[in-house]
Design a protein around this ligand. Structure first.
Ligand code: AHR
Length: 662
């Protein structure tokens, strides 16, 4: 109950909000009020559809994270990839017959977490030239005429005299697209900032940092962001990609993985404390998907993004064991699962507890103070924590999971812990994982499966037989191996089954979410992009139609179809916040089919419903060249208390029906 101070209330605020007027003093608004137009229905999870985010396929660095400089801290190494080194994606330049030397050093870094930096010794500066370095970004930098780009870099002047520096954006032929000049003013490390306004647009620009007077200096953490990040956040996200995710109105976002969470061996686990604070203090590391993580998109940024788009954060922390595929190629294990030594487990458990303090506690707490210092005084309202990611269910895993779970439950009973039941829809780890979850009476476990469309169609009743009022399911990763319309519509039929079982299935997220063209380790994915363009797959539109049309009550027997027709699926939900009735109708078949809808149990229906339809050829899919051909069509549709609807072949329809207040 939320108290609102107010003298008199002359009208009800909303049709489904119960308002009790306490004369002359205050009103109480019930946050869980149900619509007066709707009776009955089965309560289902209000958090059913959300997003899975993992830095796979260059989803974070080079993707959602808007940083334009690649290898900004000179921390790339052969550990990431044998052919990489601290100077990868940089070039040493000496235009105008200038000369000097360059070295990568580690003696006196900006911060010990960030050991490598570049030293430039400028011996001679020729006409209009200098000695410097050029960065090629992630396959070039996309800049737009008139837009502002914010540069920051650390410079240590190593000779007594100040050194003049030119920072510029250039096209591949060396034409200046933007420039700013400054001089060093300190002999120790100092952070300099400069803005660059692009004179013209370019899709493959480079950033040049060039000393134009003699001297010696060190450079590190060279960062360039567009001013126009999502919500103009500093250290922010690429606006177009982030907006596409925001448009889905996900109820939650899971991060940072996937396998990235438990990592390639113990030293590669994603440790959240390494990913907060100033970017120069974060601990960069190899990405399990064979590239590099700056962790510039770290826990603060994930939580902030969740808040910005109204999604609940769902961090997944390692269960004290690394990925069982560590040291090998994917799913062909090398060193196998490694466990944190028992003597280190108390510290590790504290790390998990500290995350809850960091997210939710006030500034008077040690970790809450760090969140506040980073600019977020209000709590992030963390409710869920995942422990483990499809780990092999070994005695080592079980022992560590139980320790972590027991500690979290004891100290934070308000947090819902999500367990893990292996990498597949069945099998040894699945069986052992569920047995273990039942023993511990876990609130939720994370199921993962990537299967053929036939499997999904054959399993539309999977959750009908799961125990009620027992451990619930988070379907944390799933996809039907394809981006054709038939894949997407099959997934839609499956999502109907999740809604029907929304009392058991608490959450679900398609995976993976993002994939960069030419930098993809995993197909299929939901959204494809390059530096300029984005193309959402048809699977994205199915996800969006479900996630923007969620409800909290499920109604049986509203929609009837030919009982034996397994190509049809349908659901009827009520969203008690808006009072809307939401019908979803799926036809995976080759012919249009009629469904009969009986809304006579609902009162005060407004006949002009919003109709959204996604349909197309079974084999059709969106492509980079043609990304707008298969998109949902929105129109108005007249409904009555009883009506028939012809569901097009290979389609998903959402009918959103408003109800009048009494
Ligand atoms: O989604 C891609 C990968 O699939 C995830 O990292 C892992 O959890 C799963 O095996």
């Amino acid at each position: 109950m939320k108290k609102v101070n107010q003298l008199f209330v002359s009208r009800f605020l909303h049709n489904q909000i119960k308002v009790i007027v306490l004369l002359g003093l205050s009103i109480f608004v019930s946050a869980t009020a149900t619509s007066q137009n709707v009776k009955g229905g089965k309560k289902i999870s209000p958090d059913l559809f959300g997003l899975f985010f993992e830095d796979i396929n260059y989803s974070a660095d080079g993707g959602l994270y808007a940083e334009l400089v690649q290898n900004r801290s000179f921390e790339y190494s052969p550990t990431d990839r044998p052919e990489w080194n601290p100077f990868s994606f940089w070039e040493y330049i000496t235009p105008g017959f200038s000369y000097g030397s360059i070295s990568v050093e580690t003696k006196t870094p900006v911060h010990p977490n960030n050991p490598h930096y570049v030293v430039l010794n400028i011996e001679h500066v020729g006409d209009g030239g200098g000695v410097g370095i050029k960065n090629y970004g992630f396959d070039g930098m996309v800049i737009r005429a008139g837009d502002k780009y914010n540069l920051s870099l650390f410079v240590s002047q190593l000779t007594p005299e100040p050194v003049s520096i030119s920072v510029s954006l250039q096209n591949r032929k060396g034409k200046l697209l933007a420039e700013n000049l400054f001089s060093t003013s300190a002999t120790g490390w100092k952070k300099y900032t400069a803005s660059l306004i692009a004179k013209e647009s370019n899709d493959s620009a480079t950033l040049v940092i060039m000393a134009t007077t003699k001297g010696k200096l060190a450079l590190d953490v060279v960062s360039l962001f567009p001013e126009k990040t999502f919500r103009h956040r500093q250290n922010g996200m690429r606006a177009d990609l982030a907006q596409l995710l925001a448009d889905m109105k996900p109820k939650f976002i899971r991060f940072p993985g996937g396998c990235l969470a438990h990592g390639d061996g113990l030293g590669n686990m994603y440790r959240w404390k390494n990913t907060i604070g100033p970017i120069e203090e974060r601990v960069e590391q190899k990405n399990i998907w064979n590239y590099h993580q700056t962790v510039g998109l770290g826990y603060f940024e994930y939580f902030q993004f969740c808040e910005d788009i109204g999604a609940k954060p769902v961090p997944i922390l390692p269960a004290g064991v690394s990925c069982q595929n560590s040291g090998g190629t994917w799913r062909i294990g090398g060193t196998g699962q490694k466990a944190i030594p028992m003597k280190e487990m108390p510290d590790y458990i504290q790390e998990v507890l500290d995350l809850i303090e960091w997210a939710n506690a006030p500034a008077t707490s040690t970790w809450g103070a760090k969140r506040v210092a980073a600019g977020h005084s209000a709590p992030f309202n963390l409710q869920y924590i995942g422990i483990g990611n499809e780990d092999k269910i070994t005695p080592e895993f079980e022992e560590r999971f139980k320790m972590i779970y027991t500690a979290v439950k004891a100290k934070h009973p308000e947090i819902t812990v999500i367990g893990t039941v292996g990498p597949g829809q069945d099998g040894d780890d699945f069986t052992k994982g569920w047995k273990f979850a039942n023993q511990l009476n876990l609130p939720v476990v994370d199921e993962h499966y990537y299967c053929a469309p036939e499997w999904f169609m054959g399993n539309l009743h999977r959750y009908d037989t799961y125990a009620r009022n027992a451990t619930q399911v988070y379907l944390g990763e799933y996809a039907s191996w394809g981006n054709k319309m038939s894949n997407a519509i099959t997934e839609a039929a499956y999502l109907i089954s999740l809604e029907r079982n929304g009392d058991v299935v608490k959450m679900a997220s398609y995976a993976p979410l993002l994939a960069k063209k030419g930098f993809t380790q995993w197909t299929t994915d939901m959204i494809y992009f390059d530096n300029v363009k984005i193309f959402p797959s048809v699977n994205y539109y199915v996800q969006k139609m479900f996630s923007t049309n969620q409800g909290d009550l499920y109604f049986d027997k509203i929609i009837s179809k030919e009982a034996k027709d397994s190509t049809l699926a349908a659901s009827c939900l009520n969203d008690s916040k808006t009072g809307d009735i939401i019908l979803k109708l799926v036809n995976v078949g080759k012919e249009p089919k009629t469904m009969k809808i009986n809304l006579s149990d609902f009162k005060n229906i407004i006949s002009g419903a919003e109709k959204t339809v996604l349909t197309g050829n079974a084999d059709a899919e969106n492509t980079f060249e043609n990304s707008t051909s298969l998109v949902p069509q929105v129109s108005t549709y007249k409904v009555s208390s009883k009506f028939e609807y012809s569901v097009p072949a290979m389609s998903l329809t959402v009918l959103r029906i408003k109800t009048k207040s009494n």
